[in-house]
Design a protein around this ligand. Structure first.
Ligand SMILES: [Zn+2]
Length: 570
């Protein structure tokens, strides 16, 4: 009997076993208090969080401090105003409707006063500020992870040679002093087009927003302020496009010397053509010179953003209707000046995947946005799952509970196999039981099986117990072709994003590595490190069936997104 056939036989047997003994993870009834993690750090509360209508309510003060949001309380109208960067959220005690930047949003559970404490819905607030919120019923933990790598400090940088600082938000207020280009000030408050800042003297004043740039610098990132990527990705700038979308009507007040002329001539956006099909939108963006871009998505509401760097919006319409079931509208705004960034925002009405490609001369960008048919893509696909380690090699050992990585990897693989199988995929394992298996044999098994996708499942470890989070590896070794290398990267990207969304752990990124299993395979191949066994909190999570199932679901979703994106021609 060939080894390959034995492998398939074992898998068939295993799947039969799973059908007979399938037990799906049930949430336990647990009297433990609810824990809240913000950017993986536990938050303590004087008043315990409560669950109402399936939503966690937390004390307002603690949560706003943890998120770094400013809070205003109006006792007359019983309204709470939370401000984080440029997002403003208004909640009224007992009201099931909230406002985000003047847009009405429904609440499952309104803000309440319980035993004299103002309690607010955690998920709503987290998501309204652009964070991922994940509830783990097993550990009774709510994980809130902002899209920023670190805690942001709100600062602005003066973009004009001389700028007035006034006693209030308007040119009718007295000018107190002037500040110059490049000076940085902490932001204390905002009022329509004005920022309240703290001056070095300790005094406060107001500057007009046209001649400053907000810079949400990570507190850990030192003094590098030249990169605009982090800034554009920050949730704080989510809605800035709203302010600038009608740029034609803005007349900056006469506050400054003539604007600085950049030496690097910006590109001008010339044309955007949109072509819709059923559940698919094709977009072509043309500029008069070379452009670079960043794309990212935002939730609540769902948006897809593409920032064109060093580009001005020219005379294109600032809003275009998209006649499609997946997107309503495209808005175009002059997101920042000096440097110029033109922002395109697609208002989405469905969960989509997208492909972006620049032309050879990088003057034209083509985008395809579409709904992935995950079920259709998985049906008939051959997926090889590689539970890392086994036999004499336990892999990492958990720091506090002593969990062996090989067992966790296997449990996750089994759960993923069950799900994949239910979607009509053929699933093969590299190892069936707790046995020794060398790395080359794992890659060889996948190559022989003619797999469409290979996923090696691992848990991470580090000497530092505080280190935690999720990473996904691909091999940049072109041994098995440039195309496979690119597809492995895409697979890694979809899986990593899916893991982050399902687990809510820290983003340790998509990374390159020359691991044997992902180098020697000939199909798109990745290796995941879902969480850290050396981190006591994450090791505890790994004991929970719900958490392992979340890893499995994230894998299946990521694999499905990848396969679906390959099926649709760009
Ligand atoms: Zn491992």
């Amino acid at each position: 009997m060939s080894a390959n056939f034995r492998l398939i036989l074992r898998v068939s047997f295993l799947i039969l076993g799973m059908l007979l003994f399938s037990r799906f993870c049930y949430a336990q009834v647990d009297p433990e208090p609810i824990k809240v993690l913000i950017n993986t750090k536990p938050v303590s509360f004087e008043t315990s969080p409560v669950i109402e209508n399936g939503r966690t309510l937390v004390p307002l003060r603690a949560i706003s401090e943890a998120l770094g949001a400013l809070v205003k309380w109006d006792s007359k109208s019983k309204t709470i105003t939370l401000t984080l960067n440029s997002d403003v959220i208004k909640l009224t005690i007992g009201k099931d409707q909230a406002l985000k930047n003047a847009q009405a949003l429904a609440l499952d559970s309104p803000a309440r006063i319980i035993a004299g404490n103002t309690m607010v819905p955690l998920r709503f607030i987290g998501e309204a500020f652009g964070a991922y919120v994940q509830w783990n019923p097993g550990s009774r933990t709510v994980a809130v992870n902002s899209l920023l790598p670190g805690k942001s400090q709100r600062e602005l940088v003066v973009q004009a040679d001389q700028l007035n600082v006034r006693s209030g938000p308007g040119t009718d207020h007295e000018a107190l002093t002037q500040v110059s280009r490049g000076m940085r000030f902490p932001i204390l408050d905002t009022s329509s087009d004005w920022y309240k800042v703290k001056l070095p003297s300790g005094k406060t004043g107001w500057v007009v927003a046209w001649y400053v740039k907000e810079d949400n610098q990570s507190s850990a990132s030192g003094s590098d302020t030249t990169g605009t990527t982090g800034q554009n990705n920050s949730p704080g700038n989510n809605e800035k496009d709203e302010q600038i979308s009608d740029k034609g009507s803005l007349n900056p007040p006469d506050e400054v010397a003539p604007p600085y002329e950049p030496s690097n001539q910006p590109a001008i956006l010339q044309k955007i053509s949109i072509d819709t099909e059923d559940k698919k939108v094709n977009v072509k963006i043309s500029c008069d010179r070379q452009v670079t871009f960043n794309t990212f998505t935002l939730s609540s509401p769902d948006r897809l953003i593409i920032d064109l760097n060093n580009t001005q919006p020219g005379s294109v319409n600032t809003s275009q209707y998209i006649n499609s079931s997946i997107a309503d509208r495209l808005r175009i705004g002059w997101f920042s000046q000096n440097p110029d960034v033109t922002r395109l925002v697609f208002d989405l009405t469905a969960k989509v995947v997208y492909k972006v490609q620049a032309s050879a001369d990088t003057k034209t960008i083509s985008m395809v946005i579409f709904v992935p048919d995950i079920y259709g893509a998985l049906k008939g696909a051959v997926i090889v799952l590689d539970p890392g380690h086994g036999g004499n090699d336990p892999g990492a050992i958990g720091r506090t509970l002593g969990l062996a990585e090989k067992n966790v990897n296997m449990q996750v693989a089994e759960c993923a196999a069950e799900l994949l199988h239910s979607y009509g995929a053929t699933v093969l394992y590299t190892r069936y039981g707790d046995q020794n298996l060398d790395l080359y044999s794992r890659a060889w098994a996948a190559n022989n099986a003619g797999a469409d996708v290979f996923v090696s499942i691992h848990m991470n470890s580090n000497l530092s117990p505080s280190l935690g989070g999720t990473s996904t590896y691909f091999s940049s070794n072109a041994l098995n072709g440039q195309d496979r290398q690119e597809k492995s990267y895409q697979l890694a990207d979809y899986i990593q994003n899916s893991l982050l969304a399902y687990l809510g752990l820290e983003d340790k990124g998509v990374r390159q590595a020359d691991f044997v299993v992902i180098r020697e395979t000939i199909m798109p191949a990745v290796l995941i490190e879902a969480a850290f066994l050396s981190n006591p909190i994450e090791e505890k999570l790994m004991t929970m069936e719900e958490f392992r199932e979340s890893i499995a679901r994230a894998l299946v979703n990521g694999i499905g997104m990848f396969l679906a994106s390959q099926n649709t021609a760009a």
